[in-house]
Structures are given as C-alpha cells and as structure tokens.
Unconditional design. Structure first.
Length: 247
C-alpha cells in the first residue's frame, strides 16, 4: 500500500476545471517529484492533497496511509502527518530565527493544529538541535531577524518551521528552490536529501528538472492538469520533456 495515493483527482476553482484526473502514488521512504511548467497545476495538486481551499476536489480520491482524506480539512490532514512547505515562504520577518523555530505555522488553521497538538501527545518531527544540525546556517544566524535573511536562508527556515510540526510522515515542498542563487540551491537540496535520510517521505514540486532529478527516486510530469509522463528518474531523463518543463 502506498503512503499517498491520488486516484483520478479532479479539482476546480469555481467552474474552472484544473486537475483532470490526476493519479499518482508515493511509497514510504521515497522522494517523488512532480514536475511541470507554470500553470500546469502543481500547486493545485498540493492544495488538493492537503485540503486547502480553493480548489475544490469534485472527483476522484486522495488516500493517505490507507484512509480516504479527500474531504478532510487542512488541520486534520496536518494532524494526520502531512506537512507542507508552501511556495511563498512563511516566516515571521520581525522575529529572530530562533523565535521563528519556537512558533509553528502562521495561518489560523495551522495554529489550531499546533495548539491542539500541544494539548495532545505529539512531539516535533525534529527538535531544535536536529534542525540546527540540518541547517547550520540557521544556527549561525539564530539571533538574526528573519526578514534580513537571504532568500535561501528564509527557505531553510520555512522548511525547518514545518518540521517543528508533530509526527510528520510526509513532507510536501512546493518549489523550494525557486528564485534561489545556484550555490544555495545545492545547500537546500542536500538538506532535503538529509530529511529523507532521516525517515520522512518527500514530495517535491519543481519546475527545474535538473534539480528535481538529482534528488528524486521517481517523478511525474504534469501538463494542463494531466499526468503526461511518469517513471524513474532514469526514465524521465531519457524522455524528451523540454516541451513540458524548464530545463
Ligand atoms: P506555478 O509554477 O506558476 O505555481 P502551478 O503548476 O503550480 O504553476 P497552479 O498554481 O496549480 O499551477 O495553477 C493551475 C491553474 O489554476 C492556472 O491556470 C491558474 O491560473 C489557476 N489557478 C490557480 N489558483 C487559482 C485560484 N485561486 N482561482 C482560480 N484559478 C486559479
């Protein structure tokens, strides 16, 4: 049984039909990439998985760990073990790195999750010491205001904050390397690799095929709301994907 399964998912923004029967699976321990250019529907796929609205899923199913989570709300999905690092980096710019790591997600939804978890028994997926080990640059800058960090450092902080959520099994990263300088891209990518080594299953959304294929075990290519290719990284490398991707 796969950890995550999308089975013919159709998603809409109002009457606008965006995902047109997306099916994909992620097994425990894998790093799977979802590739596709601007507007292909990658973020819509992530939002459909986590129950963020919009979009609205009106057909097909999302299953996580054998349970049908299609109609679950975002809080419950997070509590169920799926963490998301959204495309827009979420950090508190006026707080220091360390203060950011003491808090968790910003939106009310996430706050509720964290509060409820705090009352329950869940523990952070990674504690502060582990996060500093994973992102030494954050430790060096622990007293610096997050708003003064570079784009790459803010991305690291955004990933680290998500890992403060309790008991995650799956981490969804929406274009984590977008807009970053090449040197810092390498560093973010190797941290993601390390996160996977520590036992999290990872789904990484990318436009940049080179980065994604360096990291992933398998991948899917999305175009106009449909999966047009899938396979191992080696298979995807052999395909002529230029028309669907930024190469
Ligand atoms: P990008 O790399 O630009 O983020 P993407 O592959 O993630 O692209 P999506 O953001 O999923 O693409 O967008 C897919 C389509 O859905 C686009 O045509 C976009 O205009 C549309 N769309 C996205 N969000 C909304 C919304 N809130 N309301 C209406 N349409 C939307």
């Amino acid at each position: 049984m796969s950890l995550l399964e999308l089975d013919g998912v159709h998603a809409y923004y109002g009457e606008s039909h965006i995902l047109r029967g997306v099916s994909m699976t992620i097994d425990e321990g894998e790093i799977v990439t979802l590739l596709g250019r601007n507007g292909a529907g990658k973020t819509t796929t992530v939002r459909s998985i986590v129950g963020a609205e919009p979009p609205e899923v009106r057909g097909g199913a999302v299953r996580f760990d054998g349970q049908d989570i299609t109609d679950w709300e975002e809080d419950d999905v997070v509590m169920g073990g799926i963490g998301v690092v959204p495309e827009e980096r979420r950090v508190f710019t006026h707080l220091t790195v360390e203060e950011n790591l003491k808090l968790s997600k910003i939106t009310t939804g996430w706050w509720n999750t964290v509060r409820r978890r705090a009352r329950g028994d869940g523990e952070s997926t990674m504690d502060q010491a582990e996060l500093y080990e994973l992102f030494p640059r954050l430790e060096e800058r622990r007293d610096q205001e997050a708003g003064t960090l570079s784009g790459g450092e803010q991305q690291m902080l955004s990933i680290a904050r998500t890992l403060r959520l309790p008991d995650l099994d799956l981490l969804l990263l929406d274009e984590p390397t977008e807009g970053l300088a090449p040197q810092i891209v390498e560093s973010v990518v190797s941290s993601i690799d390390e996160i996977a080594d520590r036992g999290l299953t990872v789904m990484i959304i990318e436009q940049n095929v080179r980065q994604a294929l360096k990291l992933a075990d398998r991948g899917y290519v999305l175009d106009q709301g449909r999966i047009v290719h899938e396979g191992s990284v080696a298979e995807l490398r052999d395909e002529d994907l230029d028309q669907y991707l930024v190469v």
